[in-house]
Ligand binder design. Structure first.
Ligand SMILES: Nc1ncnc2c1ncn2[C@@H]1O[C@H](COP(=O)(O)OP(=O)(O)OP(=O)(O)O)[C@@H](O)[C@H]1O
Length: 272
């Protein structure tokens, strides 16, 4: 990280990208787990993916940034369009796709012995992005501010990431993802390992990020889906049918006036 090349997007106007899946089906070996999932995830919005355990939400999320193919037995059909271009197009590099479409996982996974600052910058290193020392400092501060963590850590950037609380570690992971300036942020149950206070703090961070980038979040928490998302997709699988979208649309509508009885039953806690 010693070169002086500017970051590729340094000085660029922020732009928002949308994501769209078209007829996405997925398999693990011969087990089909998703059937023709088509969903538009609007630029600058938060889209929540909800549904009972095992209906394919995480698999779908992992398809959105080419992580599904990291599983040996995994197969896929359909298209995923980032600003209209298929991320699975022949010749497109998965690493570049994953730089533009970041992922935050269920359990905070910072490098525990690495300093807070280096944890944030590690996203750059992993993505092979070289920036000047000054721009690195700027990105570290900017990413921590966007993740809502700056005020809590600015005086101790050199201390290990592992010294932070669970909620702070998750916001550190969000900062690490933001440092590479992604267009899309995928979040797979980002609060399920956190206490209510930390959960609320991460939700505030999501609310602050809304409008600056496009977010897709998997959550089992119906209140959380209502608090953080503008759009929502309800997935359902049965023992002999793969996961499909039963209904998708504005979150408010899904929760107050769903078109399908199964959606009404699920969001009102009658199953799942
Ligand atoms: N690596 C894998 N190998 C084989 N099968 C898998 C793998 N990952 C997931 N599956 C199967 O794919 C289906 C969908 O799983 P997935 O984790 O996507 O569902 P989910 O809706 O995210 O569930 P949860 O809410 O419990 O996380 C399940 O039947 C699961 O057993």
């Amino acid at each position: 990280m010693t070169t002086t090349a500017p970051h590729p997007s340094a000085g660029a106007q922020p732009r928002l990208s949308g994501l769209e899946s078209r007829d996405v089906s997925a398999w693990f070996g011969s087990h089909k787990v998703l059937e023709r999932v088509s969903l538009t995830m609007a630029a600058g919005e938060v889209t929540a993916l909800i549904g009972p355990s095992g209906c394919g939400k995480s698999t779908f999320l992992r398809i959105l940034n080419r992580m599904h193919e990291m599983v040996r037995s995994a197969q896929l059909a359909g298209e995923v369009l980032l600003d209209g271009e298929d991320i699975y197009e022949h010749g497109r590099r998965p690493a570049e796709v994953r730089r533009r479409i970041g992922m935050v996982f269920q359990r905070p996974n910072p490098f525990p012995a690495m300093s807070i600052a280096d944890n944030v910058a590690s996203g750059l290193k992993l993505a092979g992005i070289k920036v000047s020392k000054d721009y690195r400092e700027h990105l570290i501060e900017d990413s921590l501010r966007q993740a809502g963590l700056w005020n809590e850590v600015s005086s101790r950037l050199g201390t290990p990431g592992g010294s932070l609380s669970g909620g702070q570690q998750q916001r550190l992971c969000i900062a690490r993802s933001l440092a590479v300036e992604p267009d899309i942020l995928l979040m797979d149950e980002p609060c399920s390992a956190l206490d209510p206070t930390s959960t609320r703090r991460v939700e505030e961070t999501i609310a602050e990020l809304r409008g600056r980038l496009t977010i897709v979040i998997v959550t089992h928490n119906m209140q959380q889906a209502q608090r953080v998302s503008q759009s929502c997709a309800f997935f359902l699988a049965t023992h002999d049918t793969p996961g499909r979208i039963v209904e998708a649309g504005p979150t408010e509508q899904l929760f107050t006036d769903p078109a399908d009885q199964r959606t009404a039953d699920y969001v009102n806690g009658r199953f799942g």
